[in-house]
Structure formats: structure tokens, C-alpha cells
Design a protein around this ligand. Structure first.
Ligand code: HEM
Length: 411
């Protein structure tokens, strides 16, 4: 698991013990079907004792984990329409202070959800959801992708300054760091295969990441009791809410149009405001692509092209991951639902998965069309289509998906 040295806040002031006692036991309370009862008995706490940014972020994490568990305690059965006041009022207050939506977001589960497990710097989660080691793997591998991106994000500033000063050498150097970071992100993303079991992801974890916007399980959204009577709608948790790819897209001038562009723009409202401002700052300060075209410098063009190629490679790997974790199990679930026989535990998880989410991403989008459009728009940013080093992984065909699905054998 990833190593690092900086810490997040790991506990809240003692006044908030009633929250933390529940939030630390969400998987157990779900499995005994008692989380909703515990939350109904939870006192309504004031939020003004939360003072620092880190305390507020940890409070948001605790409240969103409890909310997700409360809403999805019974899976796709007995869904709720109202979030009780003891949860909804403080959750909305904390969210408002942070400029975040009152739902589980990537900035909670990944960015504010880790601590050092031992002096060597190995990391662990602060709070978790049902799915055991796979949840741990899912959030920590995503965190590792974030860590891997850091040198690249820092170099974006150097690119902006280099373009501003007309300094080609500075821009080349900075773009090379971005390109290396994109490669490290890809290597980190590959670890998903090692740490996350597709049947657990598809059958157990996915529902807890779901939102209440465009979700057939909650067509009316969710009433936040004591906040407003009208139901609210929010998208589910997705790494589309991470600032990383948004930042690199803005750097390289990747344009996302139509409904996929609209979805990605909407995801910026699920980021910490400073992250959104950083992305907007890049787009307002920079036209790197025009600079590269104007300079017509071979080395500069090559560095730019290399970054585009690496971004395409990352998105191709991501498409393969989504195929393994969503498309294949979804296809298998359809086959299994038709059969009425005893299954292995793994296949049973897939069969029991909520059918309403089958073809949808956690944010409610039609997955593959969306991901391939976004990938193709990235490719379209290339100055010459025949870039060096752009060895993309082929898209899996439907036949390959069906073949892989049927290889999950029934014993
Ligand atoms: C098992 C692992 C993963 C699965 C199953 C998965 C699934 C998905 C799905 C279904 C979408 C479509 C949008 C939505 O419905 O929210 C999406 C989008 C996205 N995901 Fe993932 N994801 C995984 C891991 C990651 C990781 C670790 C990252 C790294 C930051 C990431 C970055 C993105 C990005 C940036 C998008 C927006 C599309 C794009 O910009 O290419 N995902 N993901």
C-alpha cells in the first residue's frame, strides 16, 4: 500500500464522539441491519465546535459515510426518501462551510480518508464501507494515483510561467515532468487489479458510491430533513471528481463537448473549491497548444505530444479497468439472474448486485460511450495524429467481454 509522510486529521473533538462511534462501525452496523436505528437515536449536534479545515473535512467524511450507509443499508430494497435531521442538518452545515455538496465525494473517501498505519509510512483508511479489503484497496490505490500526480501538478505552474516568459526550455522541462507523472499514475492505476476484487466491487461496493441524481432507485432524490422540504439530487462518488485529469486536460487544451463535457464540468462542483479554482486558473492563463504550434520547435512539440499520448494511455487503461469491474460483471449478472442454481460466493455477489445500476456509472452516466468519447477527445488534441510512443491498448470488443464473462464458471 502507498507510503507518504503528511497526515490527515484522525479524530474529532470529544463532543463528536456520537458521530465517530457510528462512523467507525458502518460496515458492521450495516451487516446487522442496525445502522438506521443507531442514526435515529443519534443526538443532533452543533457544528460550531469544528474549527480547523481538517476537522471540517473529517466531519464531512464521517457524515457522508454515515449517510451512504443509511441510504443503502438494505441495498436496492427499502430505499429511503428522507435523511433524518440528526444527520442532514450538521451534514449540510459542514458542507456549506467547506463549499462541498452534502454527499460522499472523491475528496472525502480518497483525499481525507487516510492515516499512517505504521512508522514505515504504510497507509490505512480512517473510515470504510462494506467490501472489506477491496474497499481499502479501491480508496488507497486511487490515493496512490493522486500522490503519483503531484510532481506533474506542480509542473503545470512552471509551464504557465514558461509560456508567459516565452521560455521554450522551461516549458519542455516542465512538460517532461508532467509526462513522467502521467506514466506513474498509470502504473499506480494498474494496482487496482491486485487489490480490488471485481465481484466485490460490482456486487457490494458500488451501491454505496451511488448518488441520488438520475438514479432509478431514488427517482425523486433525497429530502434532507430540517434543511429543506424539497428533495435534493446529487451525483454519486467517482474519480471524475478528482482534479487530476481536469487539470491535465486544461493544460493540454483537451476540449470535452456535448453531454460528456457537461458531465465533467458538473463534476467540478463536487471538488473542494480551491481545486476547482486551480483548474479554472489553468484554463484562463494558458494556451499551451497555440504556443507549441507558434514556436514550431521540434523538441517542444515532441514533449507536448508525449503528454497527450500518456494521457490517452491512462484513459485506455481506465477503460480496461471499467470493463473488468463493471461491464463484464454486468453482463455476467444478466446471465446469472436467468439461472436458479447454487453459485459460488463470488458469482452470488454478482447475481445479487442491484440491477438498476447495471449499465450506469456511479455518477449515472452511460459508461463506455462516455469514456471513449472523452478518450477520443484527448487523442484529438494531438498536433500530429502519428505521435511517437502512443501505443494505445485496443478497446475490448463485445465478443471479448462476453467471452470473459462466460469464463467466470459456475461450480
Ligand atoms: C475499479 C476502479 C474504477 C472504476 C470501476 C471506475 C469507474 C468509472 C466510471 C464508471 C466512470 C464514468 C463516470 C461515472 O459514472 O462516474 C469513471 C470516470 C472517471 N474515472 Fe474512474 N473508475 C475507477 C478508478 C479510477 C481511478 C483510480 C481514477 C484515477 C483518478 C479514475 C479516474 C476517472 C476519471 C478522470 C473519470 C472521468 C472520465 C475521464 O476523464 O476520462 N477512475 N470511472
Amino acid at each position: 500500500m502507498p507510503k507518504n509522510t503528511q497526515m490527515t486529521e484522525t479524530d474529532l473533538p470529544v463532543y463528536y464522539k456520537p458521530w465517530m462511534d457510528i462512523a467507525r462501525n458502518v460496515p458492521e452496523l450495516i451487516s446487522s441491519h442496525s445502522l438506521r436505528l443507531r442514526i435515529h437515536d443519534m443526538p443532533l449536534l452543533e457544528t460550531h465546535l469544528l474549527q480547523t479545515h481538517r476537522e471540517l473535512r473529517l466531519a464531512h467524511l464521517a457524515l457522508c459515510i454515515m449517510t451512504s450507509g443509511y441510504v443503502w443499508q438494505e441495498g436496492d430494497k427499502e430505499t429511503v426518501k428522507v435523511l433524518p435531521r440528526s444527520l442532514s442538518v450538521p451534514f449540510c452545515e459542514v458542507s456549506q462551510r467547506l463549499g462541498l455538496p452534502p454527499i460522499l465525494i472523491n475528496a472525502d473517501t480518497v483525499l481525507a480518508n487516510w492515516k499512517k498505519r505504521d512508522p514505515d509510512g504504510n497507509l490505512d483508511l480512517l473510515l470504510t464501507l462494506p467490501g472489506g479489503e477491496s474497499v481499502r484497496g479501491f480508496f488507497l490505490v486511487t490515493l496512490l494515483v493522486e500522490f503519483s500526480a503531484v510532481p506533474g501538478l506542480k509542473s503545470i505552474i512552471d509551464v504557465i510561467n514558461g509560456v508567459h516568459d516565452n521560455d521554450v526550455a522551461v516549458v519542455i522541462k516542465a512538460l517532461d515532468v508532467v509526462s513522467q507523472a502521467l506514466d506513474s499514475m498509470k502504473q499506480a492505476l494498474k494496482l487496482m487489479h491486485e487489490y480490488v476484487d471485481p465481484s466485490i466491487f460490482y456486487g457490494i461496493m458500488r451501491i454505496y458510491l451511488s448518488g441520488w441524481k438520475d438514479n432509478p432507485l431514488m427517482p425523486e432524490g433525497l429530502v434532507y430533513e430540517g434543511v429543506q422540504e424539497k428533495p435534493m439530487e446529487f451525483s454519486g462518488n467517482s474519480a471524475a471528481q478528482s482534479s487530476l485529469l481536469h487539470s491535465f486536460d486544461e493544460l493540454l487544451g483537451v476540449q470535452h463537448e456535448g453531454s460528456s463535457g457537461a458531465f465533467l464540468t458538473r463534476m467540478r462542483d463536487y471538488m473542494p473549491p480551491s481545486h476547482k479554482q486551480f483548474i479554472e486558473h489553468i484554463s484562463s492563463r494558458l494556451s499551451l497548444r497555440s504556443f507549441v504550434l507558434q514556436q514550431a520547435d521540434e523538441h517542444l512539440t515532441q514533449s507536448f505530444e508525449q503528454c497527450v499520448a500518456r494521457l490517452v494511455e491512462f484513459r485506455n487503461l481506465h477503460i480496461n479497468i471499467v470493463t473488468r469491474y463493471i461491464t463484464i460483471p454486468a453482463s455476467r449478472a444478466k446471465q446469472l439472474c436467468a439461472k436458479n442454481q447454487d453459485l459460488t460466493e463470488e458469482l452470488d455477489e454478482i447475481r445479487k448486485a442491484p440491477t438498476a445500476l447495471e449499465e450506469k456509472g456511479t455518477g449515472g452516466s452511460g459508461i463506455m460511450t462516455f469514456l471513449k468519447t472523452v478518450r477520443d477527445e484527448t487523442k484529438g488534441t494531438s498536433i500530429s495524429q502519428c505521435t511517437t510512443g502512443n501505443q494505445v491498448l485496443p478497446d475490448p470488443s463485445m465478443t471479448e467481454i462476453q467471452k470473459a464473462a462466460s469464463e467466470l464458471t459456475i461450480e
